[in-house]
Design a protein around this ligand. Sequence first.
Ligand SMILES: Cc1ncc(COP(=O)(O)O)c(C=O)c1O
Length: 476
Amino acid sequence: MNNLVKTMVNRMSRITDTALTERHMDILEFAHNYYEKNKVGPLFQNLKKTTGASKEEVESLFPHGLTSVYTWIGIPIHTTNDLCKPMATVKVENFREVYLDHNATTYVREEVKKDLLKYFGGTYGFGNPSSSYNLGKKAYDLTRKAREQVSDCIKVHPEEIIFMGCGSEANNTAIKGIAFQHLEKKGHVISTVMEHPSVLKTMKYLEEIGFAVTYLDVEKDGRVTAQSVQENLREDTILVSVMAVNNEIGTINPITEIGKICRDAKVPFMVDAIQGFGKMKLRPKEMGISLMSISGHKIYAPKGVAALFINEDTSIISLIHGGGQEYGIRSGTENVGSVMALGQASKLIHSEMEKEDKRLSGLRSYFLEELRKVEPGIIVNGSMEHRNTNNLSVGFPDIDSGSLLLSLNQIGVYVSAGSACSAGSSEASATIKALGIDTERYGIIRFSFGLQNKKEDLDYLLKYLPQILEQLKAEK
Ligand SMILES: Cc1ncc(COP(=O)(O)O)c(C=O)c1O
C-alpha cells in the first residue's frame, strides 16, 4: 500500500470510529494487492482463501463489510453504503466487447469522424464564423449548413435552431428562458417525475425562487397522460415541459396530444427530445412544440454539442450574454467542428431511421425471447408498444443490479443499471419508483442498442448470462 492509500485508510477508520487492528490491515493489504493485479476487487471467497477471513468476520470488522474494504482503499464500487455484491468472475474464451449503452452515449460514427479530422487538420480553416473575411465566411458556412441539416430533420426553419454546449444547457435555457420572463409575478409550471435531472433540477431551482411546479406522475406503462396535463393546467401556468422519450425505460410520451392541449391553452410547450431525436419522427410545428432540445452524443456526434429548437413565435430570455452569437440567444463563439458534426450526424441518422428502427425491433424481440429462456422471471419495465426500439429495460429477480452490471463488465458487456449501486446512489430513480417496481426484488438493467449491435453480440451475452446469474444468486 502506498502512502496515499494508507492515509485514506487512516482517515476512513477515524471517520467511522473503527479502531484499526493488524487483522484490518491484513485484509486491506490483500484486497489492495488483489486489485492492483486483477483490476477488480476480491470476492469473499478470495479473501477467505488467502487471509482466512470469513464473510462474517469482514462484516464484523468493517462498518459496511466488503464495501468498506473496497472504498477504504479506493476500489471503485459506485455506492455509498448500500451493498453492491462483488461481481462473479466468468472465464471467457472468446472475449469481445459489446456496447449496449447507447442511451448513455454513442461513439462518433466513421463518416463524422472523417470530417472532424479534416476540420481539426485545417481543411476548412480555423476562422471565427462571426468574422467578415473569407476565413470567417468558411466557418460561417459550416455552421449554416449544419443549421440547415438539423432543421431539415424536423422540418423547421434554420433560424429556429440554436447551437449550444450540451443537452443539459439546452434544457436549462428553454425552461429558465421562459420562466425568467415571469420573474415578477412568478407562475406555475407543469412537468413530470420522469424527466432527466437537467429538467428536474431546473424545476427544483424554479421552486426555490418562488415558482410553483406540478410534477405529473407516471402511469404503470411508464408514460404520462395528456389528460393529466389538461387537468393540471392553471390560469397562471407559464410552461409545460414533458420529455419525448424517457432515458431509462425508453417509453414515448403522447407529445402530439399534449402539444394540442398546450396550443389551445396558449401555454409554451417544451420537449426534451434528446432520446427521441433520430429515433422517431419529430415535427414540432405539427406537434405544438414551442421548444425542443437535442444532443450530439446520443446520435453518433461528439459530446459537448447540442441544439435547441425555438419556435419563431416563442421568445426566451437569454442565459448567456456576450457577443450576440446564435441570434443573441446563446453568446459565445460556436464550436464549429462539433456543430458541423452534429449537422452531419443528424442528417445521417434520419436518413437511416426507418430501416434501423425495423432492424432494432427484430433484434430486441429476439433478445427478449432469449432472455426469457435464460430467466423466465424477468419483468420488462414500461410499455413495449410505446417505446423506442433501441431500449429494453429489464428487472432480473433476486439479482443485485450493481453486481450484474459489474459482472457483465467483466466479460466486456457494457450496460446501465436502473437503480441502486451502479448509479452511485442507493435510491431507485423516480421513473423506476413511479412504475411501482419492487426494487428490493428486481435488479434493473437497461440495455440500449445501436448501429453496430448485431445478433452475435447478443448471443455472446446470452451465452455467459446463465452462469453469471447463477453465481450472483449463489453469492447472496
Ligand atoms: C433525456 C435526456 N435529457 C438530457 C440529457 C442531457 O444531455 P447532455 O448529456 O448532452 O447534457 C440526457 C443525457 O443523458 C438525456 O438522456
